[in-house]
Design a binder for this molecule. Structure first.
Ligand code: ADP
Ligand code: MG
Length: 238
């Protein structure tokens, strides 16, 4: 059995005094795409925020490559190889596309290979290369989301966490982005994907966890969940 790259055990976390997650355990193994599904307000973003040192952890552990990372700053976590494309405010609207990408590479400012990384990223996202000198706020919704993901890739993460990358996108743009996420996995990046679009997420994920009211209520292979009505699980009585 492959060792987990990310292993969360019995996690209780939230904000201030409010507990949002009540004993969550999950793992992401090297090379996997793991989907995190659940209704609005379930705590999906809070889970990612807990890994990334933003939410407050009350109890439990978050292990990354065998080290407990609870209490580490986002800056340190990025250096360790965790990338995060948040749900909101994930780009700098008044900076150009290239400037946004450079912000993503802040941990390796003196690294001469930054330019090469930008070229590699433009191979994956030719859509945004065409707009490289435009301010990010002038991009379409799909292009902005690509930029947010691309920016997180600039730090060369081993694990990338994507929070609803396809939210608000037209079906075609969402499909394009989902296919790119699958390509990222083929490039060797491990992915934790929060999605509202259950079917799209399950089509590229290996496994999925279903979170409801701060608890994991289901974990299964994507293939299995594709045969079920996952949304029905969201609103089960507890
Ligand atoms: N920064 C915050 N401060 C306080 N409460 C928050 C904050 N962010 C989210 N919450 C609360 O935490 C709960 C879970 O939210 P969230 O993790 O964003 O859910 P999801 O991403 O699944 O929609 C909600 O009740 C929400 O109001
Ligand atoms: Mg959320």
């Amino acid at each position: 059995m492959m060792e987990a790259m990310l292993k969360i055990e019995n996690l209780y976390s939230g904000y201030g005094k409010m507990e949002v997650l009540h004993g969550v355990s999950m793992e992401v193994r090297k090379g996997e795409i793991v989907a995190l599904l659940g209704p609005n307000g379930a705590g999906k973003t809070t889970l990612l925020n807990s890994v990334f040192g933003i939410a407050r952890v009350f109890k439990g552990s978050v292990m990354f490559s065998g080290e407990n990372i609870v209490g580490r700053s986002p800056y340190k976590l990025v250096r360790m190889g965790i990338g995060y494309s948040p749900q909101l405010n994930n780009i700098f609207p008044n900076l150009s596309v290239v400037e946004n990408l450079l912000m993503g590479a802040f941990i390796r400012r003196k690294d001469l290979s930054v330019k090469e990384s930008i070229d590699e990223i433009f191979q994956l996202f030719p859509e945004i290369e065409r707009r490289k000198n435009q301010k990010a706020k002038t991009l379409s919704g799909g292009e902005r989301q690509m930029l947010a993901v691309a920016r997180a890739l600039m730090a060369k993460p081993k694990l990338i966490m994507l929070d609803e990358p396809t939210a608000g996108l037209a079906p075609k743009a969402a499909t394009t982005l989902i296919n790119k996420i699958s390509e990222m996995r083929d490039m060797g990046i491990t992915i934790l994907l929060v999605e509202q679009n259950i079917r799209r997420a399950l089509e590229i994920a290996d496994r999925a966890y279903v979170l409801s009211s701060g608890e994991i209520i289901r974990v299964a292979e994507s293939e299995e969940l594709l045969k079920e009505d996952v949304e029905k699980l969201f609103f089960r009585q507890s």
